[in-house]
Design a protein around this ligand. Sequence first.
Ligand code: URA
Ligand code: SF4
Length: 209
Amino acid sequence: MSLKKAIEFLVETLGEIEIPAGELKTKEDKIREVYEEASRCKKCPLWRGRKKMVFGHGNPYSRVLFVGEAPGEDEDRIGIPFVGRAGSKLAQIMLKYGIKRENIYITNTLKCRPPSNRDPKPEELQECFKYLKKQIEIISPAIILCLGRYASLVILGEKRGISYLRQGEFYRFGARIFVTYHPSAILRKPNLTPLFEEDIERVSKLILK
Ligand code: URA
Ligand code: SF4
């Protein structure tokens, strides 16, 4: 069979290629849909206290996802994660290693602020995980960095301490997963800064390579 004939045969046998409508949506479209759903969410009691639902921010095409804990007062007011004191600490250290906010996508385990920034409750984490899971599916990051114990808990099901977990590397959701301290922990205990910087540097080498 000539090449021309072979191609004609292939094209005939393939028939019409149907692309499901969903596949034509961009990542921005898909993220926006889940954002809309979460802004109406009443699945856990935290919706009552929120000023703004804090969904996530950054580049949905990024290969890197950072996951924090929950919005604080500034995030709740503005609607963007990590814009308060912990956020500026994180941004400052990220920049030191060449990572800009637009290089990553950043979100939290909870999308609404817990009253007086109390710790997330297991029921809240469980309910809200549905949104984080969808974000992971849409973005399909190659690298996930868990910032603190609640991110490690929901992403890895890990209860062991950060000092232990940060030394390893995990695989889940098709991604390489790393763990480091929450930036608020760095503000409380500045002696952890060199370790935190080491972890950010390790991730920066993977992002920027
Ligand atoms: N701490 C978090 O975990 N997330 C934020 O968005 C802000 C502070
Ligand atoms: Fe819904 Fe999550 Fe907000 Fe709870 S924290 S109301 S599960 S979006």
